[in-house]
Structures are given as structure tokens and as C-alpha cells.
Design a protein around this ligand. Structure first.
Ligand code: AMP
Length: 413
């Protein structure tokens, strides 16, 4: 049987992994990297994906798209190089590349995959991710939640009995989930999050700050200038995860009658932290919600696992430690752990890995629409799946001959 691959289809980067003889392998792509930028470009009628797309994005900003995951599951059409696309078509390009990279590593065709999504994705976002897989020629055997995948990877081959807090802060989304791991059973106790909060927002906040500085405040900003600024800003952000200060230097950003305009700015970590603090604090709501839904206190948590690139920001780590009273686990690679978990799930489905049971939950409440356009909740969020609830409803009018059952998902009544 051909291998089932595990894919972390990230907002910023994607990773593909497999389990070989019980050990996880992250597949190196054709460019020689273990992560592939989730960027797609259309240039001269040819699609470029990953590093190739990233490398040309400044000169082809209208023909390049990143962070498509933030639009997945919406009907919104995206313009790429003047052509209209659905978000799942763009995601499919990324999946196609990951499939090809896995095939060239394995030397065989790959047709089946497990793909991860943020725990807080709703049904439409999950279905659209599955559709993207199909377009890419992959049968998506299972969609699993990113924190659950991370916990699987953390607990692999360890005989532990622990309550684990997974904090996932990536490029476009954040999740906070609590799992209990015991005797090979991985049981999700609660999950909470925000599918519109991530490193992209931090970049945007820094960009807004930079626009107020000389000489950008008086400059008209076109797409190319914006792309150059965004690239320099992200680079500065990454540097500030290890350095205390960094400088943003963009020569020949623009020109006016007095000659070329250059941009130079020295950014300290403390200023950076001051700018991004509101975004970091926004994640606390989900941390508190996950704890209260699981009816746990921070002292009940045995281990904290950090997932996603934005957890490399020292301020994020410091806040998590403050909120949970625990130093996060250091021996988990936040970029790869989710794909490895997907590969473990793939090998469970292939019957190669036994003795692991995964009990996940519904992230959002499910209900039906009742009279007055209200949602009557039936399956509350954080119910272990699979589950079923039966309830009798009566018609709204006498002699009514039919009803339309409108199923809703979410917390707003
Ligand atoms: P992910 O979705 O997990 O690939 O995370 C990507 C996000 O993490 C992007 O917003 C990156 O800019 C950010 N990121 C990656 N590495 C770092 C780092 N060393 N410091 C701060 N942010 C980072």
C-alpha cells in the first residue's frame, strides 16, 4: 500500500511528514528545505509555489498570494495575476507541491493524506480544506486538529500520564487546547481559539507603526513599496526573537524631486513588545476559556507545548509562562510538530501504529434554527466526538406540512 502522508497546511508555511518504522520523518522539499512557504504565484501563465513564489513576490506583488488559509471556507474569490480563483484552488496548488515533494522522496505515487486544521475551524473551513486536497489529487482520509496532532507527536513512544496545554500561535490563527494523555489515549478536554489572529496581524501592526515614521508618513505607498516594507518588517520581527535590537534598512524605497528616498529605522525589542502587546494579550481570552471549559486551574497542567512560528516571540513565551505558571516544553519543534502528528494519525489509519486512541471534541456548538431565527443549541462545544443528541421539536403553525432543518454552528444564539 502506498504511504499516507501527513500534511500541516499552514498559513505561512506548510510541512509534510511520514512515519517510517515508527519514527517520524519530515520530508525535505525540492529546494532542500523542511518547510515550504504557503505562497502561490502566477507568472507567465505558470504557477509557482513555495520558495520560488516567495522569491519573486516583490516584483510580482499582484501575481502573488500568501496567507490564503485566512480565506479558506469563504466564497470570496481571490485575484491572482488578473485571474479569479477560489481559496481552495490556491490551497490545492500548495498541496500539489507537497504531494510531489513526498513522491520524489518516496519514489512512489502518493494519493492519500491526513491534513491538519486549526482546532477552531468551522465545518465550512474543514470541508474547503478537504476539497483543496481533492483538487490536488489527494484523498483526504482525515482532517485533524493541529493541537491534537501536536499532542500526538509529543506523546509518541512515551509512556506518560499527563495533562497537556497546547498553545498554537501561527501566521493567521491561534488555538488553545487542553488534552489528557494516558495509556495511549489522547483525549481533548477543551479547545478554544481565534481563526483570525496570528503573526500576520503582528506584521500589520508593525507596518501601521512604520507608516507613521519619517519619511514614510508623507509617501504614497504602492504595492511594491508595501511588499518591500512587509518583507523587511517580518525579517526584523524574526530577528527580535533572538536580538534585543534590529535595524530596518530599505535603500531606494522611492524617489522624489530631491532624489532617492531610503528608509532606515532602528527597532528595539522593548518598543516592538510595546507595539504588539495588545495582540499578544488577545490570546489570553482563549487560554482562560480553554481552562474554564476543561474545569481546570493552571496548577493542573503538567506540560505546556508551543506550536507555530509566533510562539518564538519572547513576549509570547513570557506571557504563557506567566498565565500557566510553567516553563513551556523545550524539546518540541514548533514548526514541525503538527505535521509529525498528522503522519502519526496517517499511520494509525494505515494500521501501522496501534495502541493510540484519539478522542477529539467539537470546537463549536451545533444546533438548529428555531422560530424567530434563533439557534437552539443541541451539541455543546467541547463534546467528545462522535456524539449524538435527540430532541423533539414541534411545528410553529397548525397544519404545517413541512419543515426546513437549518443546522447552525457557533456560539451566537
Ligand atoms: P506558522 O503558521 O506556524 O508557519 O507561523 C508563521 C508565523 O510565525 C509567521 O507570522 C512568521 O512571521 C512567524 N514566525 C516564524 N518564526 C518566527 C520567529 N523566529 N520569531 C517571530 N515570529 C516568527
Amino acid at each position: 500500500m502506498s504511504k499516507i502522508i501527513g500534511i500541516d497546511l499552514g498559513t505561512t508555511n506548510s510541512v509534510v511528514s511520514i512515519l517510517e518504522n515508527g519514527e517520524p520523518t519530515v520530508i525535505t522539499n525540492q529546494e532542500g528545505d523542511r518547510t515550504t512557504p504557503s505562497i502561490v504565484a502566477l507568472k507567465n501563465d505558470e504557477y509557482l509555489v513555495g520558495k520560488l513564489a516567495k522569491n519573486q513576490r516583490i516584483l510580482n506583488s499582484e501575481g502573488t498570494i500568501s496567507s490564503i488559509k485566512r480565506k479558506i471556507g469563504t466564497r470570496e474569490e481571490v485575484l491572482l495575476g488578473g485571474k479569479s480563483h477560489l481559496s481552495e484552488e490556491i490551497s490545492a496548488k500548495i498541496l500539489q507541491k507537497l504531494k510531489r515533494d513526498a513522491e520524489s522522496y518516496l519514489g512512489t505515487q502518493v494519493t492519500k493524506a491526513v491534513i491538519t486544521v486549526p482546532a477552531y475551524f468551522n465545518n465550512e473551513q474543514r470541508e474547503a480544506t478537504k476539497k483543496a486536497g481533492e483538487i490536488a489529487g489527494l484523498e483526504v482520509l482525515r482532517i485533524i486538529n493541529e493541537p491534537t496532532a501536536a499532542a500526538l507527536a509529543y506523546g509518541l513512544n512515551k509512556n506518560i500520564s499527563e495533562t497537556v496545554f497546547c498553545f498554537d500561535f501561527g501566521g493567521g490563527t491561534m488555538d488553545a487546547s487542553i488534552l489528557e494523555i494516558s495509556d495511549g489515549v489522547f483525549e481533548v478536554k477543551s479547545t478554544s481559539g481565534d481563526t483570525k489572529l496570528g503573526g500576520d496581524d503582528i506584521d500589520q501592526e508593525l507596518y501601521n507603526f512604520m507608516l507613521q515614521q519619517e519619511p514614510l508618513n508623507g509617501l504614497s505607498i504602492d504595492n511594491q513599496i508595501k511588499a518591500r516594507l512587509m518583507e523587511a518588517i517580518e525579517k526584523a520581527k524574526l530577528e527580535l526573537s533572538s536580538a534585543m535590537t534590529t535595524s530596518i534598512n530599505i535603500p531606494f524605497l522611492s524617489a522624489n524631486e530631491n532624489g532617492p528616498i531610503h528608509f532606515e529605522f532602528s527597532l528595539t525589542r522593548s518598543k516592538f513588545e510595546e507595539i504588539i502587546l495588545p495582540w499578544v494579550m488577545k490570546t489570553k481570552k482563549s487560554v482562560d476559556q480553554a481552562l474554564s471549559d476543561a474545569q481546570l486551574m493552571p496548577k493542573d497542567i503538567d506540560e505546556v507545548i508551543l506550536i507555530g512560528g509566533s510562539t518564538r516571540i519572547p513576549l509570547v513565551q513570557q506571557k504563557i509562562k506567566e498565565w500557566l505558571g510553567k516553563e513551556p516544553c523545550k524539546n518540541v519543534n514548533p514548526d514541525e510538530v503538527v505535521a509529525i502528528g498528522a503522519a502519526i494519525q496517517a499511520s494509525i489509519l494505515a494500521g501501522e501504529t496501534e495502541d493510540i486512541v484519539l478522542l477529539d471534541v467539537t470546537p463549536l456548538t451545533l444546533g438548529v434554527e428555531t422560530l424567530g431565527g434563533r439557534m437552539t443549541a443541541m451539541i455543546n462545544r467541547n463534546s467528545t466526538v462522535t456524539t449524538s443528541v435527540t430532541e423533539v421539536f414541534i411545528t410553529a403553525r397548525d397544519l404545517q406540512t413541512s419543515v426546513e432543518v437549518n443546522i447552525l454552528q457557533g456560539e451566537r444564539p
